[in-house]
Design a binder for this molecule. Sequence first.
Ligand code: SF4
Ligand code: MG
Length: 335
Amino acid sequence: SKPLVQVRDLQMHFPIYSGLFRRQTGAVKAVDGVTFDVMEGETLGLVGESGCGKSTCGRAILRLYDITGGEVAIDGARIGKMSQGDLRPLRPAMQMVFQDPQASLNPRMTVEAIIREPLDEHTKLTAAEKEKKVGELMDTVGLNRRFAKRYPHAFSGGQRQRIGIARALALNPKFIVCDEPIAALDVSIQAQVVNLLEDLQEQFGLTYLFISHDLSMVRHIATRIAVMYLGKVVELAPRGPLYEEPLHPYTKALLSAVPEPDPALAQTRERVVLQGDVPSPANPPKGCNFCTRCPAVMDVCRQIEPTYQEVRPGRFVACHLYESTGTADATAGHP
Ligand code: SF4
Ligand code: MG
């Protein structure tokens, strides 16, 4: 398969203003140099602890922000620097499913109106055609058409997420960013929503970026997984290899905290407890951004930022432990 979404050195910095004259005194580097592809038809999991920049990364890729730097291409179209006006015809192809269906659905609109809204904005369908399409979308996500005139509050959390998914599907997207789509739901219905997303992917050939803090959940849905720490992707690997043999010290620590269902693997897994807190993204450490907490830290880590590179086929890591040609050579030319 080929890449549908290409993200290159993506940066999303938010300025910090302070003092009497509200001068910019710094920036929160929420996303700070992220590079990956999302292959057509795959689910790329984007995982990390809260505050690591994963949601911001997903929104930046969809150009819900004006990005600070880097490039994003969707289906070959470079959208990183496009104006919102130029983006408009591309919007249907790229959609988002939000974490909290309660907050993302307008409480004063009926379900029918919520699902119809993107059709109103982006299509020239007649009222009858829209009504038909809304009905079909409700069927597709497993919502009873008889409830079309009801308001979001009349639905359960899981049903509300189905409404959000129906709306995201309305314009036949290719790519959907799912931002913790089940994190706000009862455990008992999380699996139903995950199964629905998987069925829809198969049915419509969708490509997902699936954002989650939950490594044991992502394991079930993602084809490949990217691990984020403090605004950067530190490791990206196919699902199997990542869980079997994590390379980056941060991935090892994260995985050591989740229950391992395979007893053979569980035996090899050492519990790693990280010391200290995640540094502020307004003031990340020099060198490797994980150096203040890494159990394997070396002198070079505090001086030179490791290069994010493919260290084995399909496996990308940013860590001096894996730089192939020795740290001094490997980092030459990568200030
Ligand atoms: Fe740890 Fe150094 Fe690797 Fe960073 S570069 S993860 S500090 S070993
Ligand atoms: Mg988030």
